[in-house]
Design a protein around this ligand. Structure first.
Ligand SMILES: [Zn+2]
Length: 478
């Protein structure tokens, strides 16, 4: 009996020692840990991760690109030479299948295949190692010890990702001994963080920096989901768009090849005429068969649908098919609770002591394949949605300057007075969606470090409307 008691005691002591080892001392330093929540497609997805036949399925690996080559050539041939658009549509479906087929979700919005992100152990290093506090985490890699990168499968429902984020935040709090964390989120990450704030409030979060936020959706996605896709009169903008996206800095041989052949061989007038006819004839077939199968059952895509498109989009894509009931319940939850209540959620958090800042790009058109692409964006997300309410001039025009106010951009493109938080919202001219220059990272660092709620007046070294100069420093817009 004595033995048993001493054994029990030993176990209890051992347990309590290991518990006290794990719980970090409370930290009194004034640098709170920063959790970064990335956007769509930032981390690769794998098929059969950790098994012998593991394969990267997003971004598509070389194997998928090589396998798709015959279809790509056939597509170009059918588009420009034979103008057989039915065949071209089949080619496109086949390319989509080979390049992206493994991303598909089932009718309930769960991954159809054994696909997911790489396994990441929870961080074990506390944040006091780095004394140089700077925001440098992009391209999906953790670049600095002061920041913790939250990993999630970008296809999933932002509400489910928010539940994972909650566990992650709890871990970081325990690890660092801080009661609260700061969060910086980019693009889709904003749908996750707004879900988090909706579900859990700001008890564990002292500040959120919203970067190029997708929390109110993108008109591009809304238009695609209701079938409003056209190239009419958009051939030149489309070419410029692709050149801007790829040509400035081709990331690989494949992109360089596309942009050079389009530019050097004058292919684009023919190609774009053909694409225009092709879209008119076949868009519904391609989009609502293969692409619906791959993308429209990804919950995240529906989080990108703005409210004004949402009802029509659901009707257009799913009709009355009862097979999608569970899926629609899931996306409705995000839409009606998180997206539609964003303003209320943020106001409540501010009232409870959280601080925030919003940063968005402007003066770039969205991908010009839908009517309405003349709205200002960061080439993907509408500036109006990102800023929660700024009034923006269409691309190529300016706002009437008759009723100017202090939130009016000097170039007359944006009136920020109509934003939810005009004092806490900043605009970077010509900044592309995922472009993070040296100057921008410095700015975001200052937003994170600012002792109180960052405002236009206490961030004096910065202006509400800025642009990158040649050396990637942010300077005022003139
Ligand atoms: Zn600390």
């Amino acid at each position: 009996m004595k033995r048993l008691i001493s054994l029990l005691l030993a176990v209890i002591i051992a347990l309590s020692v290991s518990i006290s080892c794990f719980a970090a001392e409370k930290c009194s330093c004034d640098i709170e840990p920063v959790v970064f929540v990335h956007g769509f497609g930032t981390h690769p997805l794998y098929l059969n991760y950790g098994e012998k036949d593991q394969r990267q399925v997003f971004p598509p690996d070389t194997k998928a690109i090589v396998e798709s080559m015959p279809d790509i050539l056939s597509l170009l041939f059918n588009l420009t030479v034979t103008k057989n658009y039915d065949r071209a549509a089949d080619d496109l479906n086949s390319i989509a299948d080979k390049m992206l087929g493994y991303l598909a979700c089932d009718e309930n919005g769960n991954s159809k295949y054994n696909v997911g992100i790489e396994h990441h152990d929870l961080p074990t290093e506390d944040h006091h190692k780095g004394t140089d506090y700077s925001f440098t985490v992009f391209n999906g890699e953790q670049a600095d010890k002061d920041q913790y990168l939250f990993y999630y499968d970008f296809r999933i429902d932002p509400v489910d990702a928010a539940k994972q984020l909650k566990e992650y935040v709890n871990h970081i709090k325990k690890l660092t001994g801080h009661n609260k964390v700061k969060i910086a989120c980019h693009s889709e990450g904003n749908t996750v963080v707004s879900s988090y704030l909706y579900l859990y409030g700001c008890k564990d979060v002292s500040r959120v920096i919203f970067l190029s936020p997708a929390y109110k959706g993108l008109s591009l996605i809304g238009n695609m989901l209701i079938g409003n896709v056209t190239l009419n009169d958009k051939k030149n903008p489309l070419f410029l768009y692709f050149e801007q996206m790829l040509g400035i800095n081709p990331r690989n041989y494949f992109e360089e090849l596309i942009i050079n052949s389009v530019r050097d061989y004058g292919l684009y007038p023919n190609l774009f005429n053909a694409l225009d006819e092709f879209f008119d004839a076949e868009f519904d077939y391609v989009f609502y068969t293969k692409l619906t199968e791959i993308f429209c059952t990804m919950p995240c895509i529906w989080a990108f649908c703005p409210d004004e498109y949402y009802k029509s989009a659901k009707a257009h894509v799913f009709g009355n098919d009862s097979k999608y009931k569970t899926f629609i319940d899931k996306i409705d939850y995000y839409h009606y609770n998180v997206q539609c209540n964003l303003e209320k959620t943020l106001n409540k958090c501010l009232k409870n002591g959280m601080t925030l800042a919003i940063c968005c790009g402007y003066n770039i058109s969205s991908i010009p394949i839908v009517d309405g692409a003349e709205t200002q964006s960061d080439m993907l997300i509408d500036t109006e949605y990102m800023s929660i309410g700024a009034r923006c001039a269409d691309i190529g025009t300016t706002l009437k300057a008759t009723i100017k106010n202090k939130y009016f951009s000097p170039d007359l493109l944006v009136d920020a007075s109509t934003c939810l938080y005009p004092e806490y919202t900043w605009f970077i001219k010509n900044q592309m969606h995922s472009q993070f220059t040296k100057g921008y990272e410095k700015f975001v660092t200052e937003l994170l470090l600012c002792k109180s709620q960052p405002t236009l007046s206490n961030m004096k070294q910065y202006q509400q409307f800025m642009v990158n100069d040649k050396n990637e420093n942010l300077i005022p817009v003139k």
